[in-house]
Design a protein around this ligand. Structure first.
Ligand code: HT7
Ligand code: ZN
Length: 852
């Protein structure tokens, strides 16, 4: 397969300032007529190349006459043109109902919708399908009025009317030039939850959340989140919405979370639909975050877009940073930061240390869809966050203002963004740019030595080799740090922001009145791994006294991690310090419950494994269970108090109520881990009496991991109650796939044959196959059965939906981290995948790179 390289970027040969599209919509056969005004860019004699994917040209006209000399070059249409400006018309026919890849125009539950990012537009019509070709779009949609009463496209509605034969039409114009990946249309039998928003300058915007009518009652939360997002972007970034309408449509079949098409966002229904009975607090938060993310793209992505796909993090990293800041402002900023860092460690750190590691601005790809990764999104957001930290809030805002003003209406690069940071911030980011070009998570060792009333802090960094990048330059690492008196707990001076710019740096602290304890990388100021010489005592102390909530959480996590790694390696360890630290945290009435729930949770199996030279899944599981058991037993009274104290009479969606629910389910988990005689009953009662999905699914998880007779009853009751609700059935599949029981592999193999299981729906495929492949114990069963199961499913899924299949490859690619026996079995499955006839390029890229 062809490799696309960043260094090969060339400006487009032809511009397309205007395009008119005429769709005669039909699920079996949709006619697409495209009229392109094209202009030669610069002086050259190259023909017009229009990308296509699976299209046959039924007609090609130039300036109104049948085109001469056009040809197909692979899937592309090449049209020779003589002048500097022409009108080029094409006509194609496509079959949305046969589109299982869910890219281009496809059908989902009777709705016709589009997904064009990254290269889906070329599956709809012939076009220079690259993000630096910006056009003004006029779109006419014609369809059967009974089946498709609602016809939506980008921009503002212009006109509509009825036709003979039960058909009707609608026309939409988008005045803002945009790249083809932001094109969208939707046709279906939909209803809207409508609202209005008055912008900063007093314009009224009509908002609509479009769903199938039975789902209308589940759209209030999304609409509310949209209004909050619009107000937040005005207040925090000075960004106002620019069209008269903003529509969101929810569909059940979607490869990703959502898509920021100009004025017409299309969403995976899981990120829109919520009511207390079917959505967890996690779902509610994710809906608000994704609605905000897609809305924020209107400026960071749409008004200023990307020059080429290597610049993807320009819009994604920045927009994730913006949505993270928005969510932090809605509730507890500390808990949000803990959740984001936990997510980064769960997905991005393993990516950065594995065979698929790539820089935030990659240098090459085979299939761009494979680069919608945690590195582009989440590490990209951390890179923006570090620049915001270095500049400080006022200069950062001045820099983003400069960026939006300077690049509005254009396709920009990461370099453009950094230059705005430098100019408005008055800083030199020459070395900082390495965060864009070098892959790998830096490791920073911090050694604090006390010498009487002084202390010396030695910092040293190492950026590990990654595929294609054997040696690295040092990164610029912003570290927020502070010392605390290890006796009194009082701060020994103010927090400092220091930059580690070279391989090493030393800092001296004078006039210390008592032995210091080091608080470092506070707030997770840099996306790095920190290794310190802090003792268990230091960590326990900081977990109780640090005044940065994130650092406090970190100290506790590190203490737990050190204990669990030692225990997994040696078959046992002293749990005393962890137990005391957890006791302290549970007993600290000043802490909010959401924070307590996060702080007392043990690190995940996979994060423990990431600290070991060779991952031992069974040893990790046993070490973790032993610590959970002892914590459960020793702190039995505390867990009961936390459980009972977090009970609510009635569901409420507020930060305090969410925190209480979270702590309650965490406490239930520890009560069950202690082996308490009434634990199953307690869990079942919570399950049966719950007035919300958070409590119900939390209890179900506890029961599913156990072996009580109530377990099967809960699984059956849950299924019967929610049969027919796809999003909740996803939870049913997922909870079972994540079970820590011995028989999970068997159970999952049975579930594939369940009548409600299908690989055609990406959410369902991810809920079973995706969830199982991150279940450290079951997936890595020494027999290799888990690997075989996942490979079988991915081979089958690739035939339907390569994008979704390829995204599920990474767990198999972690083979280097395991013992020889497991590694050989994982490799064998990757080899089997690569050798599969007709494999997609998506899967080929992921699986073949994973073998290196
Ligand atoms: N910008 C959107 C990306 C996206 C996508 C990418 C590949 C395949 C399908 C996709 N659907 C949406 C999502 C976002 O970051 O907002
Ligand atoms: Zn995005």
């Amino acid at each position: 397969p062809k490799i696309t390289r960043r260094e090969d970027y060339r400006e487009p040969d032809w511009r397309v300032p205007e395009i008119a599209l005429d769709f005669a919509l039909d699920p079996a056969a949709t006619r697409v007529r495209a009229t392109l005004q094209v202009e030669r860019a610069g002086t050259h004699d190259r023909p017009l190349r229009l990308n296509g994917d699976g299209l046959t040209a039924l007609a090609v006209r130039v300036d109104g006459a049948e085109a001469q000399g056009w040809r197909m070059d692979g899937a592309d249409l090449v049209v020779p043109l003589t002048g500097v400006a022409h009108v080029v018309e094409t006509e194609v026919e496509i079959a949305p109902e046969r589109n299982t890849q869910l890219q281009g125009l496809y059908a989902s539950g009777g709705i016709l919708c589009t997904q064009c990012e990254a290269e889906g537009f070329r599956r709809i019509t012939f076009f220079p399908d690259r993000p630096d070709v910006l056009s003004r779009y006029k779109v006419k949609l014609t369809a059967d009025k009974t089946r498709f009463p609602v016809l939506l496209a980008n921009g503002d509605p212009i006109a509509q009317g009825d036709l003979e034969g039960g058909r009707h039409w609608a026309e939409w114009h988008d005045p803002f030039p945009k790249p083809s990946y932001l094109f969208a249309l939707v046709a279906g039998d939909l209803v809207a939850n409508r609202g209005t928003f008055v912008t900063l300058s007093g314009r009224e915007v009509q908002l609509g959340i479009w769903v199938r009518s039975p789902d209308l009652a589940k759209t209030d939360h999304a609409l509310h989140a949209l209004k909050l997002s619009m107000a937040w972007d005005e207040k925090v970034y000075g960004r106002e919405y620019d069209l008269d309408v903003f529509n969101i449509v929810a569909v059940d079949d979607f490869n990703f979370g959502a898509m920021e098409n100009k004025g017409l966002n299309v969403f995976n229904s899981r990120y829109i639909l919520a009511d207390p009975d079917t959505a967890t607090d996690y779902d509610y938060d994710a809906i608000a975050a994704v609605v905000a993310h897609e809305y924020f793209h209107n400026w960071s992505g749409n008004r200023v877009t990307c020059r080429d796909w290597f610049q993807l993090s320009l819009k994604e990293g920045f927009t994730v940073f913006r949505d993270q800041s928005f969510s932090a402002d809605q509730g507890s900023a500390a808990v949000k930061r803990i959740e984001d860092v936990r997510g980064l460690r769960a997905s991005q750190f393993p990516e950065d240390s594995g065979p698929l590691a790539h820089p935030v601005r990659p240098d090459e790809y085979i299939e761009i869809s494979n680069f919608y990764t945690a590195t582009i999104y989440n590490k990209g957001a951390e890179v923006i966050r570090m620049m915001a930290t270095i500049l400080g809030p006022d200069k950062f805002r001045a820099a983003t203002d400069l960026y939006f003003d300077r690049f509005d209406g254009t396709a920009a690069t990461c370099e453009d963004f950094v230059q705005c940071m430098e100019q408005a911030g008055g800083v030199d980011l020459t070395r900082f740019r390495r965060w864009y070009s070098q892959a790998g998570t830096p490791r920073v060792s911090a050694t604090l030595a006390q010498e009487g009333g002084r202390a010396r802090l030695k910092l040293r960094q190492l950026v590990p080799p990654t595929p294609g990048q054997p040696s690295k330059e040092p990164m610029v690492v912003p570290l927020r740090l502070k010392l605390f008196g290890a006796n009194s707990g009082a701060p020994l001076g103010d927090e400092q922001l220091i930059l580690l710019e070279d391989d090493s740096r030393e800092l001296l602290f004078d006039n210390l009145s008592e032995p210091p304890a080091l608080s470092i990388n506070r707030g997770f100021s840099a996306p790095i791994i920190v290794e310190t010489n802090r003792t268990a005592q230091d960590l326990a102390f900081l977990s109780a006294h640090d005044d940065d909530p994130f650092a406090r959480y970190e100290a506790m996590q590190q203490l737990m991690l050190d204990t669990l790694v030692a225990s997994a390696a040696n078959g046992g360890a002293d749990h005393g310090a962890v137990i005391e630290a957890v006791r302290n945290t549970l007993g600290d009435s000043r802490l909010d419950r959401a924070f307590v729930a996060e702080a007392v949770l043990l690190p995940s199996d996979s994060f423990i494994g990431d600290q070991m030279a060779v991952v031992e899944p069974e040893a990790i599981f046993r070490a973790r269970e032993a610590l959970r058991n002892e914590l459960g037993k020793t702190l039995a009274g505390e867990w009961r108090a936390a459980y009972d104290g977090s009970r609510a009479n009635r569901f409420e969606y507020s930060p305090a109520a969410k925190g209480a629910r979270r702590l309650r389910t965490v406490a239930l988990g520890y009560i069950a881990a202690s082996g308490a005689a009434d634990a199953d009953r307690l869990a079942f009662d919570q399950f049966a009496d719950a007035d919300n999905m958070t409590d119900r699914q939390g209890a179900l998880t506890t029961l599913v991991n156990g072996s009580s007779p109530l377990r099967d009853e809960a699984i059956d009751t849950f299924y019967r109650r929610y049969q027919g609700n796809g999003l909740v059935l996803d939870k049913w599949f997922q909870t079972q796939a994540l079970s820590t029981r011995d028989d999970t592999a068997e159970m999952v193999e049975r579930l594939v044959a369940h009548p409600d299981f299908t690989l055609s729906n990406p959410n369902r495929a991810r809920s079973l196959v995706g969830a199982f492949s991150v279940n450290q114990r079951a997936f890595h069963d020494v027999s290799g059965r888990g690997y075989r199961f996942v490979a079988d499913q991915l081979i089958a899924l690739d035939k339907l939906n390569p994008q979704t299949a390829a995204k599920l490859i990474p767990p198999l690619g972690r083979w280097k981290r395991f013992d020889e026996g497991r590694a050989a079995k994982m490799r064998a499955e990757l080899e089997r995948i690569v050798a599969t006839p007709g494999l997609s390029k998506d899967m080929f890229e992921q699986a073949s790179k994973s073998l290196d």
